[in-house]
Design a protein around this ligand. Structure first.
Ligand code: UDP
Length: 333
């Protein structure tokens, strides 16, 4: 089976010839999801054309297309003649009309442009998209791409976009209450938000910017816990944020790092077993924070749960079953 994997082409840095690759150089949830799924599909013997990420590493079974303009992407898909097109671009990069069997993993919140043959990352995301029966397939993780550490250093970690909807301030409040330093890593496109965070928590927050490569995997593995306190309000994507899939949860768990999450969006569906879920808006006393840290699951336990639930082979099998439904002509909304 031949799979055309379509992601939105995003520029990387100031150099106009550079694109965010698969896997990404730094921040990039969609790119990590696709890299990991491709690991699983390759192990299952599938052949892949990757579109929308020029410069990504090639390996046996994967061809990386140089196309970035829509017309070129469409032409490259035609030339490859895939059995299935797997879209991750919110259908923005797809040829109109959908000549070939196509499925679309929705990576955002809200209602996708085209709902036909959608796949969602959580039930919360699917409900927000107005679907009741489309498949839910979780974000995968390839444990071989992560470092497992049983022994932790004394810091908590926030990894992601430094924005209000991701709950970085709530993470700082938690860390302050627990009296444990918080390392914040990720792009900060809303400078006012970052400045206020650093001004209000000068002794708790250490901001290190965007991370990639080994520094990233080590940072995740050595943290006592990763904070994913996503908030329903704020952020650049409109009024109400519903965390769709949260790539960082499976990555942390695969590294043996438990997760402290809010109950926003997908988080109450995926965090039990790998961490603790706290209701949005609940005040955290120092006693609460210390108790949460003491009752987190062990590194070994969260790693096992991550591999069992979200391992790349398991998730690739779930996708292959959905590809089969689409190639046999089934249509769902
Ligand atoms: N990430 C990274 N370096 C950073 C910040 C984030 O590699 O400095 C990665 C992180 O590991 C995850 C992705 O970017 O794979 C963010 O995806 P997530 O689904 O958590 O957040 P969203 O896509 O909603 O911003």
């Amino acid at each position: 089976m031949k799979v055309a994997m379509v992601i939105p082409p995003y520029r990387y840095g100031a150099d106009p010839s550079q694109w965010i690759t698969v896997p990404p150089q730094g921040y990039g949830g969609i790119q990590w999801a696709v890299a990991t799924l491709m690991d699983g599909l390759l192990e299952a013997g599938r052949e892949i054309l990757l579109l929308g990420a020029p410069g990504s590493p090639m390996r046996e079974g994967i061809t990386v297309s140089a196309a970035v303009e829509k017309a070129d992407i469409h032409a490259a898909i035609e030339e490859f003649a895939p059995d299935i097109v797997h879209d991750h671009s919110n259908t923005a990069a797809l040829p109109p009309g959908g000549l070939r069997p196509t499925v679309s993993t929705h990576h955002l919140k809200g209602v996708p442009e085209r709902r036909t043959n959608g796949i969602y990352l959580s039930r919360a995301q699917r409900t927000a998209a107005g679907s009741v029966s489309a498949p839910v397939i979780r974000l995968p993780v390839n444990p071989a791409r992560y470092q497992f550490e049983e022994k932790k250093d004394d810091y908590l970690l926030f990894l992601g976009r430094v924005s209000a909807h991701k709950g970085v301030r709530e993470a700082a409040v938690f860390a302050h209450a627990a009296d444990v330093p918080l390392t914040v890593a990720g792009p900060a496109w809303e400078k006012d938000y970052l400045d206020a965070l650093l001004a209000d928590f000068p002794h708790t927050v250490r901001y290190i910017g965007e991370v990639g490569g080994r520094a990233r995997t080590e940072l995740i593995a050595r943290a006592r816990a990763q904070l994913v306190l996503s908030q329903p309000r704020g952020g650049p994507f409109g009024e109400r944020w519903i965390e769709p899939g949260a790539t960082v949860v499976s990555e942390a768990a695969a590294s043996g790092t438990p997760v402290i999450a809010s109950d926003n969006g997908c988080l109450p569906e995926i965090v039990p077993g790998v961490g603790i879920v706290l209701p949005v808006g609940r005040d955290i006393t120092p006693r609460d924070a210390k108790r949460v840290l003491e009752t987190l699951p062990t590194p070994q336990a969260v790693r096992e749960v991550a591999v069992e639930r979200w391992g790349h082979r398991t998730i690739a099998c779930e996708y292959l079953a959905v590809y089969k439904r689409a190639t046999s002509g089934e249509v769902w909304m």
